[in-house]
Design a protein around this ligand. Structure first.
Ligand code: AMP
Ligand code: MG
Length: 270
């Protein structure tokens, strides 16, 4: 898994990462079934780790999900967290900013949603949109979005210093895979609600988005707030990679069940 984890962005290039990668799981040779079985185990372990995170009461965990349209942000949340107690996970989706949000600095709307102690929060899109779509669509001048890399590093470092564990996932799909997924949405009336004509326009800007992702990862991957570049053309492998990294991050916290605040020696339930 280590090859997907970027802890130092210096010289990072997306070209070194294959969205079709399935690691040790061979497609067509039982790889998919094996991967699904592992994800079931990972999600069960996540459930117990999340309970301990809450009980332990000393840590906060922030998961950031980014990717192109159809990369599978929603699907990843559904699959990887399906075995986890709904009370234990909070998902915040960042859509187009409101007028009120746009009237503030770009982190203003983000900060209130970071995890509190004992919480696991998933950002479905995040403050990274402010150096992705905002850059590609030229929504603010270059000097403004460029300065944001530094502001994001500082913001995330502040969260880490205050006790937050951060893991950021880039769900990496290929341009061809996106075409198939958009076509599937178009072919299924039940999926039209999430199809926007603007998605096709974003797609035309594919190369500029890839460049924006590459620069964002290069500028903000640090040991304390690493990026994971997830090969995401195969949904079942994507889920394995995300699940493994989350379990790893939570395990590294050494979570324990604290004793009762009361002295329970000799207590009998009658
Ligand atoms: P979806 O996640 O598919 O529902 O789409 C949400 C849309 O909101 C995407 O096109 C995002 O790029 C866009 N969005 C999210 N955050 C921002 C932002 N800070 N500025 C501009 N657009 C954004
Ligand atoms: Mg969309």
């Amino acid at each position: 898994m280590r090859r997907y984890r970027i802890t130092d962005g210096e010289g990072f290039e997306l070209a070194g990462f294959d969205p079709d990668d399935t690691g040790d799981f061979e497609p067509g040779k039982g790889g998919k079934a094996k991967a699904r079985a592992e994800v079931a185990e990972l999600t069960a372990e996540l459930d117990s780790l999340q309970e301990r995170l809450y009980a332990d009461g000393r840590h906060r965990v922030l998961v950031v999900l980014q990717g192109m349209d159809t990369a599978g942000k929603g699907g990843t949340i559904r699959r990887v967290f399906e075995g986890v107690n709904p009370s234990g996970v909070r998902v915040t989706a960042f859509k187009q900013p409101s007028e009120e949000e746009l009237a503030h600095d770009f982190l203003w709307r983000v900060h209130p949603h970071v995890p509190r102690t004992g919480e696991l929060v998933v950002f479905d899109r995040s403050h990274y949109e402010d150096v992705l779509i905002v850059r590609v669509r030229e929504l603010v001048p270059e000097e403004r979005w460029r300065a944001r890399y530094r502001h994001i590093r500082d913001f995330e470092q502040m969260l880490v210093d205050e006790g937050t564990t951060i893991v950021k996932f880039f769900l990496h799909i290929s341009r061809d895979e996106q075409a198939e997924r958009l076509q599937a949405r178009l072919d299924d009336p039940r999926k039209h609600w999430k199809f926007r004509l603007s998605d096709l326009h974003e797609r035309q800007l594919w190369d500029r988005y890839q460049e924006a992702f590459e620069d964002a990862i290069a500028a903000t991957a640090t040991p304390s707030a690493p990026w994971v570049v997830v090969p995401a053309n195969r949904k079942w492998y994507r889920d394995v990679v995300v699940g493994r990294e989350l379990v790893r991050a939570l395990r590294s916290l050494d979570l324990t069940y604290p004793p009762s605040p009361d002295d329970l020696t000799g207590v009998v339930v009658e």
